[in-house]
Design a protein around this ligand. Structure first.
Ligand code: NI
Length: 177
């Protein structure tokens, strides 16, 4: 059980294609996931991908009841998602603000699919198959992008809506570390 260092943008390990996980229910995998939750909770993250702590595997975690970094966000079920596959459920795209623990202090407006289906397995190899929309869908897309070496600034289309949290949202609780 430990809080791990989060890699920051510029580290080439954040730009790799992550490898699929093939063995489930192992002590090593359980320990890794425990560390990821400890790390995410220590910085009030909405999600975390294994490559962000330097582990190049297709594993993301996300979920919260209430999140201080996104105070207006509805609850998202706490989830361990491995080897995910995402499929949009419509052509609809929506824009909203995003941040990333690997890009501290900044926020940008990112276009994402509004509704999607995601499929994968949990740490025991049990199938996860869900439809999601809104912030839930956004978090899944953001975290799964990390597994393809994509950070949210790479998806920004309008750089006039990209900047420092304390300048964009003065006095907001939506702070970053
Ligand atoms: Ni991120």
């Amino acid at each position: 059980m430990s809080v791990r260092d989060i890699l920051k943008m510029g580290d080439p390990r954040l730009l790799q294609q992550a490898e699929p996980i093939t063995r489930f229910g192992t002590p090593d995998l359980d320990a890794l996931i425990e560390d990821m939750f400890d790390t995410m909770h220590a910085v009030n993250g909405a999600g975390l991908a294994a490559p962000q702590i330097g582990v190049n595997l297709q594993l993301v975690i996300f979920g919260f009841k209430q999140n201080t970094r996104y105070p207006d966000a509805p609850p998202v079920p706490e989830t361990v998602l491995i080897n995910p596959v995402l499929t949009p459920l419509s052509d609809q795209i929506e824009e909203d603000w995003e941040g990333c623990l690997s890009v501290p202090g900044l926020r940008g407006v990112v276009p994402r699919w509004t509704r999607l289906h995601y499929q994968g397995v949990d740490q025991y190899g049990k199938v996860i198959s869900r439809d999601a929309e809104g912030f839930h869908a956004r978090v899944v897309q953001h975290e799964c992008d990390h597994l393809a070496g994509i950070l949210y600034p790479m998806r920004i289309e309008d750089f006039s809506r990209f900047g420092y949290v304390d300048v964009l949202f003065p006095g907001s609780d939506a702070h970053d570390d």
